[in-house]
Ligand binder design. Structure first.
Ligand SMILES: NC(=O)N[C@H]1NC(=O)NC1=O
Ligand SMILES: [Zn+2]
Ligand SMILES: [Zn+2]
Length: 478
């Protein structure tokens, strides 16, 4: 049965099956088929029990390819409205779709205005409407102004942000000032009442004069090690130490019971990670993410002047990277996110290669699936682990109850990909982010090629092509 509005989907049917030898479900990976009707998953059948008459039924058989829940990226900066020359919803969500990301939650900063008020959220939603190829939810910004004003915070939450995000160091964006742990403490009871999480960029300044510059002016700014010295692990550790004094109150009977704190983009796998582990063991409501770039790259390998690798917190040494993998495999790190944070190429200062002055942010959205797979294979990661880190746990954090798993009743948000297919990210590769030249992954060879991406049952991307209309939706907290 053909649908008239085929522009939303490259497979214009409202009732069909997809099948393969590897369908990743919460109960394990099976050889079987998934039935999709009107955007929902309505049945999942193992091969031996599957008897459909393909004369009357639309079936797409993907053979050996993996059918997994679509990735949910809880941390992306799409910079729309206001800085669409950096990225924007159309290119950002096309890149997401091409990379198997079916939902992303947009960060409240790097757009203009920052999403710190009800009015600003309305502008976000307007900017997303009819312009997104994957579903997009929104974090609101916790800044001193609204932290001190319960009413304005309530209005922002009532307007539908899925939770809040704050910075404990300067964010680099003028209308997104940093919060101290005192601000965070003030906001937690409100978040507890709404049962929505607070995400925190956990680094604090250690010098009393608040300077991030290295002390020795003679250091070579083209060397990554110079930048690394300006953001030592102790900055993460100090921030997390402050935060876990607050998360005590998230336990049963505490003043912030019902609140949840999520540490974004953890880089320090040593003391910072241990502090989080201890807080979890005590029963605090706390989770943590890291990003593929911390799992893929090591500080000592970053070439001089290659500012594509500049981000905050910084990429640390190879031994730290190994510990991050251990923590992920042990379950001490809960999930992954991209922290896709592009800018215009000029701001990366690729010619000067000045790590101290260049924009900090890794551009990666389209490559998170193959990057996680490529660098994770040697640790023996499984499809189930990928689904947990990139779909199930992120859905839980963002409160998306009908996403994050191939399960009956869920929205049909699905990625189909080939683990054994390798490809070179060279100039001939179809890259959909606005500025491919600033991505740290360009020039590398990755494994894990995305074949097809479904959002709410619409085949939004297939082998390099996108559906002609952007029919995915902004997600607001209901
Ligand atoms: N403003 C912004 O996107 N900052 C991000 N970039 C980065 O490398 N770390 C961040 O927090
Ligand atoms: Zn951050
Ligand atoms: Zn970020």
């Amino acid at each position: 049965k053909k649908l008239p509005s085929s522009d939303c989907s490259l497979l214009p049917h409202n009732h069909y099956w997809i099948a393969s030898k590897h369908v990743v479900t919460p109960n394990g990976t099976i050889s079987g088929a998934v039935e999709i009707k009107q955007g929902r998953i309505i049945s999942i059948v193992a091969e031996e029990n599957w008897h459909v008459n393909s004369w009357f039924t639309t079936v797409v058989n993907y053979g050996e390819a993996v059918i997994m829940p679509g990735f949910i990226d809880v941390h992306a900066h799409l910079d729309d409205p206001g800085r669409t020359e950096w990225e924007g919803f159309p290119s950002g969500t096309k890149a997401a779709a091409a990379g198997g990301v079916t939902t992303l939650i947009d960060m409240p900063l790097n757009s203009a205005p920052s999403t710190v008020s009800e009015e600003a959220l309305k502008l976000k939603v307007q900017a997303a409407e009819g312009r997104v190829y994957v579903d997009v939810g929104f974090w609101g910004g916790l800044v001193p102004e609204n932290a001190e004003n319960v009413t304005s915070l309530e209005r922002l939450l009532d307007a539908g942000v899925l939770g809040l995000k704050s910075f404990m160091v300067p964010s680099g964006i003028n209308d997104f000032p940093m919060t101290t742990s005192a601000h965070i403490k003030e906001a937690l009871p409100t978040l507890a009442r709404y049962r929505r999480p607070l995400l925190v960029h956990a680094e604090v300044l250690l010098d009393h004069d608040g300077k991030l510059e290295p002390e020795d002016g003679a250091d070579n700014a083209r060397s990554y090690s110079t930048y690394l010295k300006t953001r030592p692990a102790s900055m993460e550790e100090a921030a997390i130490n402050q935060l876990i004094t607050l998360t005590k109150e998230t336990r049963a009977g505490g003043s912030a019971e019902g609140a949840h704190l999520h540490i974004v983009h953890l880089s320090d796998a040593r003391t910072s990670l241990n502090l989080i582990k201890e807080a979890k063991q005590r029963g605090d409501s706390i989770t943590v993410e890291t990003c593929p770039h911390y799992l893929a790259f090591a500080a000592e390998d970053i070439p001089d002047g290659d500012t594509r690798f500049k981000c905050a917190p910084p990429i640390r040494d190879a031994a730290n990277k190994e510990k991050l993998w251990d923590a992920l495999l042990e379950g001490d790190i809960d999930m992954l996110s991209s922290d896709h944070s592009p800018a215009v190429p000029e701001m990366k200062l690729l010619d000067e290669g000045d790590f101290l002055k260049a924009w900090g942010g890794i551009s990666s959205l389209q490559f998170v699936l193959p990057a996680t797979w490529t660098y994770g294979r040697k640790y023996g990661i499984t499809f189930e682990q990928l689904a947990s880190w990139w779909s199930e746990k992120p859905a839980k954090l963002a409160g998306l109850t009908t996403k994050g798993a191939i399960a009956i009743g869920n929205q049909a948000d699905i990625v189909v990909w080939e683990p054994d297919v390798e490809f070179d990210l060279d100039n001939g590769y179809p890259v959909h982010i606005k500025h491919p030249s600033i991505s740290a992954y360009m020039g590398s060879r990755l494994a894990g090629k995305v074949l097809a991406t479904f959002v709410r049952g619409n085949l939004v991307h297939k082998e390099g092509n996108h559906a002609s209309l952007a029919c995915a939706l902004p997600i607001l907290h209901r």
